[in-house]
Structures are given as C-alpha cells and as structure tokens.
Design a protein around this ligand. Structure first.
Ligand SMILES: Nc1ncnc2c1ncn2[C@@H]1O[C@H](COP(=O)(O)OP(=O)(O)OP(=O)(O)O)[C@@H](O)[C@H]1O
Length: 218
C-alpha cells in the first residue's frame, strides 16, 4: 500500500472537520476525493502533506507522516511559480535545492517540459504563458522531483473548459502509474480521472469508477 490513512481526525480550534477517516491508496492508483464545499477535502490533503496537525496515523510506503516532505508533492490551483524565473528555471529550482548537479537538472527539467507539451517555451517567463501553460509548468516541476505521492487540490478550478479538458488528458497521461490523491468538486472530472472516487461528507462513500459510470448512465 502506497498511502495509508488510519482513523484520521483533524480539527481547527473546536470544530472537527474530519473524524475517524480511513483510506488506503494502492501504488500507482489515482483516487479522486469529491464532496461538497467545506467537507474537508483540502484538509485531508493538507494532513497527508504534513501541513496540519492530526490525530490517527498516515503513512506513505510504510513511513509515518510527521511533517512535510518532498516525497509528497502538493499541487494547488494557484501555480506558485516564481515570476522572475523562466519556465525551465522554475522546474529546475526544487532540483537545485536537492543538490542535483546543474547539467542533470537542466536535462531533467527540459525533458519534463517536453512531456507536458511545452518544448520551445523553456525561456518564457510565467507572465508570458497562459493559465493552462503555467499549470503545465507546475506539473513538470512537481513530477521532476519524482514524488511517491502527488496531492492535487482542485488544480484546474480556474481554467476555462477547453484548457481544463486538455489538462485532464495530460494528467491521465503523465500521472499514470503515480500514486495520486486528486481533489475536485466537479463530478464529471471525478469520474473521468479517478480509478476510484471517495465522496467526503454525509458519511464517506467510496465507489469504484465502474460503479459510478453505471450509476451515471442508468
Ligand atoms: N485554517 C483554517 N482555520 C479554521 N477553519 C478552517 C481552516 N481551513 C479550513 N477550515 C474549515 O474547515 C472546513 C473544511 O475546509 P476544507 O478547505 O478542507 O474544505 P473543502 O472540502 O476543501 O472545501 P472547498 O471545496 O470549498 O475547497 C470548512 O468548514 C472550513 O471553513
């Protein structure tokens, strides 16, 4: 099991957002977390990322989570790129912080930019790229670090329908085989992307993609 969440409880002040929540995600599985606004989807991701204190236990590849680690990469709706660095140098930054030698990180960064469809845009600054392209850079930056688990929090919420569709296609391609927890409140997106969809709130419901598709088509 790649990611294991056991009896997770998270609260802010006196209010409990998640109580006794458990979830297992297999290696390479793409699990979508859906549910109404405020049900705790982002809170779940923040707990797995090690950014909020929690009760219960979370482990990744058998290692307990007790704080942030580059092994668990979190991708947000806002792209978080540094505006003064080119696309290539944005992708390179975390690699350089990890001490990857220059030639190697440059090669890795440009091959990831190519994989996300941005060959030829290496020297562009974030402001010279569209929202969808900035999300592609962010995806390249995340995946170049080879995290064990990718955590995505409504990454395409701000994109127009067409760009969103092409990003969904890209994600299924580049994240295939990567253990992923993907938050969305868009049911179509959940069904399209998830090997499995977990619905939070009103008692957690967990359905396999085929069961959802059957229900949607019925
Ligand atoms: N830092 C915080 N301090 C206090 N309360 C918070 C904090 N972050 C979230 N909450 C509360 O916790 C609950 C769950 O929030 P969370 O962001 O996890 O929900 P969500 O399902 O991701 O919602 P959305 O779909 O709207 O993004 C909400 O009631 C929210 O107001």
């Amino acid at each position: 099991m790649s990611l294991s969440v056991r009896s997770l409880t998270v609260g802010y002040g006196r209010s409990t957002v998640l109580a006794d929540f458990s979830l297992d995600v297999g290696t390479g599985e793409f699990v979508v977390v859906a549910g109404p606004s405020g049900c705790g989807k982002s809170t779940l991701l923040r707990a797995v990322a090690g950014l909020v204190p929690f009760g219960g236990s979370i482990s990744v590849s058998g290692q307990p989570v007790d704080g942030p680690s580059r092994d668990r990469a979190l991708v947000f709706q806002e792209d978080g790129l540094l505006p003064w660095r080119s696309a290539l140098r944005n992708v390179e930054l975390p690699l350089s912080l990890q001490g990857v030698p220059r030639a190697q990180r440059r090669a890795l960064a440009s091959s990831w930019l190519e994989r996300v469809g941005l060959a030829g845009f290496e020297d562009y600054l974030p402001r010279e790229l569209s929202g969808g392209m900035r999300q592609r850079v962010q995806l390249a930056r995340t995946l170049a670090q080879q995290p064990s688990v990718v955590l995505m929090d409504e990454p395409f919420g701000a994109l127009d329908a067409q760009t969103r569709a092409s990003m969904q296609e890209l994600v299924t391609e580049v994240l295939s085989g990567t253990t992923t927890l993907f938050v969305t409140h868009d049911v179509d997106e959940a069904v399209l992307l998830g090997d499995r969809v977990v619905v939070l709130g009103a008692g957690e419901v967990e359905r396999r993609r085929d069961a959802i598709l059957a229900a949607v088509r019925a």
